[in-house]
Design a protein around this ligand. Structure first.
Ligand code: NDP
Length: 323
């Protein structure tokens, strides 16, 4: 089978299309024949070495396809099931081994591409808006990169919960897209001081929560956007990692809270996975949640997808079609 592997960390040029044997499922695993794989920033981190993996590593943490075979203790799915998953590595490939307990069945009307596009960023937006900070009607939040894959879905779910949503973007075109996701005020953080703008728009009060996926270039000012005892949710670092931080700053800026969550810790049980994936796929199926698929690439051209994502050129989901 064909797969995209990295033998040593580095740039997109380190991604190689290789031929490897189709693997055999272990006791609790399923072998899935992939139809589509989602491209996420986490794949960039495993490629570059910011996140560590045993090498060679097959990239990709999200996919959809058909169960081909299961191990003897993989009771959750059966051969022939249409399934999708997130947070099990190896989806940039024709086949992947996935723990059966991480697979969810795809609603009949959803195609594979849509399901693959929804899982990782959709469940991320779900846990951030429903669990990390369960937004309430009338509260206000700031979402960075609000035209991005995760950001666009966070904005939509924040609106579903009745919040006022501020969103940062780098261009006018992305501001237009962010507004389509429901952002009430799109702020060009490449042109204006976004913290001053948030304070102005909230009459000096600040927002209840900031969802920050950008990291290095936004972190400090994100703290300045919060009301006293507000929460900064640093969940990514698309501009680079945040340097070491003195916790007494949280006191100085208003007894603030800071968390650095990851999706895996919000999918601790099968029930939690089925809740989040069920909501996300159900909302996509009913049209309540809009997925914006920016571009689809052939598996062999996965490196171009990474270049576009890292180059800040995209607004929405990138997918690989397989084969
Ligand atoms: P996005 O679609 O959000 O793409 C990244 C966006 O970040 C860009 O389009 C750009 O938007 C913005 N950005 C700002 N500065 C830079 C920069 N210097 N270089 C590149 N992009 C920049 O990607 P994802 O939704 O896939 O992921 C976003 C972040 O969230 C990643 O760090 C990812 O790892 C993290 N994440 C974390 C999860 C978790 O559970 N902790 C789960 C999912 C994602 P603009 O042009 O508008 O500035």
């Amino acid at each position: 089978m064909k797969s995209i592997q990295v033998k040593e960390p580095g740039g997109p040029e380190k991604m190689q299309l290789v031929d490897v044997p189709v693997p055999v499922p272990g006791r609790k695993q399923a072998l899935v024949r992939l139809a589509a794989a989602g491209v996420n920033f986490i794949d960039v981190y495993f490629r570059s070495g910011l996140y560590k993996a045993d090498l060679p590593v097959t990239l990709g943490n999200e996919g959809a396809g058909t169960v081909e075979a299961v191990g003897p203790d993989a009771a959750e799915v059966a051969p022939g099931d249409r399934v999708a998953w997130a947070m099990a590595r190896g989806s940039y490939a024709e086949f992947a081994l996935v723990p059966a307990a991480q697979l969810v069945k795809i609603p009949d009307r959803l195609d594979f591409a849509t399901a693959a596009a929804a899982m990782l960023q959709g469940m991320t937006a779900h846990y951030l808006t429903h669990s990390t900070y369960p937004l309430k009607s009338g509260e206000a939040c700031l979402v960075h990169a609000a035209a991005g894959g995760a950001g666009g879905l966070i904005a939509q779910m924040a609106k579903m919960r009745g919040a006022r949503v501020f969103g940062t973007v780098s261009t006018e075109e992305k501001a237009r897209i962010a507004r389509q996701h429901g952002v009430d005020e799109a702020i060009l953080y490449t042109a204006v001081d976004f913290a001053a703008e948030v304070k102005r728009l909230t009459g000096g009060a600040g927002v209840d929560v900031v969802y920050d996926s950008v990291g290095q270039t936004t972190f400090e000012k994100s703290l300045n956007c919060l009301r006293p005892r507000g929460l900064l949710v640093l969940f990514g670092q698309s501009s680079g990692p945040v340097p070491p931080f003195d916790p007494s700053i949280l006191n100085a800026k208003g007894s603030l809270f800071l968390t650095r969550p990851g999706l895996g810790h919000y999918l601790l049980t099968r029930e939690e996975l089925l809740w989040r994936a069920g909501d996300v796929l159900g909302w996509v199926d009913s049209g309540r949640l809009q997925l914006r698929i920016e571009r689809t690439y052939p598996l062999a051209d996965a490196a171009s997808a990474h270049r576009d994502l890292e180059g800040r050129k995209t607004a929405g989901k990138l997918l690989l079609t397989i084969p």
